[in-house]
Design a protein around this ligand. Structure first.
Ligand code: ATP
Ligand code: MG
Length: 377
C-alpha cells in the first residue's frame, strides 16, 4: 500500500526524515497523517516516529542546522522546526507502567512495539519517506470498514489511560461507520471505566470534545456516550436527543462545535472553555430561552451567533425554523438602530436607557423599518 501527498513530499518533511535515515535510523511518519492520507482527508500535522533516542534526534538536528526543541523529553518527543512548522519526532516506545493517564515509558527499537502502545489500529499506521505504508496491526482493514478498534484489550487499554474512552467516541464520530455502530465490547469497557474520566484534566476533555463535536455528524457517537454513562461525566445534565435534530437542520452549514454544545446543554465546567466561548454560550442560552425571531436574533447577536441560536432553538423545540430564516438573520445582522443617546438630550441615566430600549423594541417590531423621525416623533 502506498500513500502520497504534498505534506509527505514537502522538502521540510523529507528533510526531517532524511536527517534521521541518513544516520542509519528508522524514520517514519505515523498516526493521523497516514490515516488521513489513506482516507483522502486533509492532513493537518505530521508526526514522526524513529528508533533514534531523543538525545540523538537533538544532535542530528543540530548537526544539520535544524532547530530542535525538547518539547516532551519525558515521553521521548523532540520538536524539529523547519520554516516555522513544527515536526514532533517521538522515539519508538512502549508503555511500561501506568497510572491511568501518565505512563512511564521505555524506549523500543521496533515499529511493532511502538504500534502496540497506540490507542486504535487506525492510528497505528506508519509510512516511509517514499509513501510505503507499514501496518503492523491491521489498521488498513479497519479503516476500510471504518471500524475504530482498540489496540489490544479495550479494558486494559482504558485502565492505562482513561482519555482513550473519549478518544474512542471522538474517532468514531470522525471516522467510524455510522450505520454499523460502535464495537459492543469496547463500548462495554468504556461504560465500565467511565468513572476514570473524573481524573482527567479539563483541558484534555475539552480538546477531545471539541474534535468530537466538530465532526460532520457527532450525534450517533454522543448518543452512545450517553448510554455508556460517559456523557454525564463530561457534561453533567446534558441531553443527547436534540443533537440528531440539530445535525439534520444544519444541512449544508459547516459543523460548529459550540452550536452542538449549546443543544446538548449541561454544565461545561469539565471542558475548560475559553472566555470567548463562555460568553458566546451564555448569550446563546439566553437567546434560545426567548421567542425572538430570526431577524431579531441576527440584530442582537450578529449573523453567526444569530444563526446558531435559531437553529439550536429549533432543534430543542423539534420545529424547523421559518423558510427564510437564513436571509432574515442576515438582514437583522445588517440593520442599524437609527436612534442615539444624543437624540434624547432631555433624558439621562436609567431613564435614557429605558427609553432607548423601548424605541429599539418598536423599531424591531416594525421589522427595522421605522425611521429616526418616526420613532422620535
Ligand atoms: P488528529 O488528526 O485529530 O490530530 P491524531 O491521530 O494525529 O488525530 P493525536 O491526538 O494528534 O491524534 O495523536 C497522535 C497519535 O498518537 C495518534 O494517532 C495515536 O497513535 C497516538 N496517541 C495519541 N493519544 C494517545 C493515547 N491517549 N493513547 C495511545 N495512543 C495515543
Ligand atoms: Mg495529530
Amino acid at each position: 500500500m502506498q500513500i502520497s501527498g504534498a505534506w509527505l513530499d514537502a522538502p521540510a518533511t523529507q528533510r526531517v526524515l532524511g536527517l534521521l535515515s541518513r544516520a542509519g535510523h528508522q524514520a517514519l511518519v505515523v498516526g493521523g497523517c497516514v490515516r488521513n492520507a489513506l482516507m483522502g482527508v486533509p492532513v493537518t500535522d505530521v508526526d514522526i516516529a524513529t528508533d533514534a533516542l531523543p538525545d540523538t534526534v537533538m544532535e542530528l538536528a543540530q548537526t544539520c542546522g535544524v532547530r530542535a526543541v525538547p518539547t516532551g523529553l519525558a515521553h521521548g518527543t523532540v520538536t524539529l522546526v523547519i520554516d516555522g512548522q513544527g515536526y514532533e519526532v517521538t522515539t519508538f516506545r512502549r508503555d511500561v507502567q501506568t497510572h491511568g493517564r501518565h505512563a512511564t515509558v521505555a524506549f523500543a527499537t521496533t515499529v511493532e512495539a511502538d504500534a502496540a502502545r497506540r490507542d486504535f489500529t487506525m492510528n497505528a499506521l506508519y509510512s516511509r519517506a517514499d509513501g510505503t505504508v507499514i501496518d503492523p496491526l491491521g489498521g488498513i482493514a479497519d479503516l476500510r470498514t471504518r471500524r475504530v478498534r482498540f489496540v489490544g484489550d479495550a479494558t486494559t487499554r482504558i485502565h492505562e489511560d482513561y482519555l482513550r474512552i473519549l478518544r474512542f467516541f471522538r474517532f468514531h464520530a470522525q471516522y467510524g461507520d455510522p450505520e454499523s455502530g460502535l464495537d459492543a465490547e469496547a463500548l462495554a469497557a468504556c461504560a465500565a471505566g467511565a468513572e476514570g474520566i473524573d481524573r482527567l484534566s479539563a483541558e484534555r476533555i475539552g480538546a477531545e470534545m471539541r474534535n468530537l463535536l466538530a465532526a460532520p455528524d457527532p450525534a450517533p457517537a454522543v448518543a452512545a456516550m450517553a448510554q455508556a454513562g460517559v456523557l454525564a461525566r463530561v457534561l453533567p445534565g446534558a441531553e443527547a436527543k436534540a443533537l440528531t435534530v440539530l445535525v439534520h437542520l444544519e444541512a449544508g452549514l459547516a459543523p460548529d462545535w459550540l452550536r452542538r454544545l449549546v443543544v446538548l446543554g449541561g454544565a461545561t465546567s469539565r471542558l475548560r472553555l475559553t472566555r470567548a466561548e463562555d460568553r458566546a454560550l451564555v448569550k446563546l442560552r439566553d437567546a434560545i430561552a426567548t421567542s425572538q425571531g430570526a431577524a431579531e436574533l441576527g440584530y442582537r447577536l450578529g449573523a453567526e451567533l444569530g444563526r446558531t441560536a435559531l437553529l439550536a432553538r429549533a432543534a430543542l423545540l423539534e420545529t424547523p425554523p421559518a423558510p427564510h430564516w437564513h436571509s432574515d438573520v442576515q438582514r437583522g445582522a445588517q440593520a442599524r438602530f437609527p436612534v442615539r443617546a444624543s437624540d434624547l438630550p432631555h433624558l439621562e441615566g436609567a431613564e435614557l436607557g429605558a427609553e432607548l430600549r423601548r424605541l429599539e423594541a418598536r423599531w424591531i417590531a416594525s421589522d427595522f423599518s421605522l425611521s429616526k423621525r418616526a420613532l422620535l416623533g
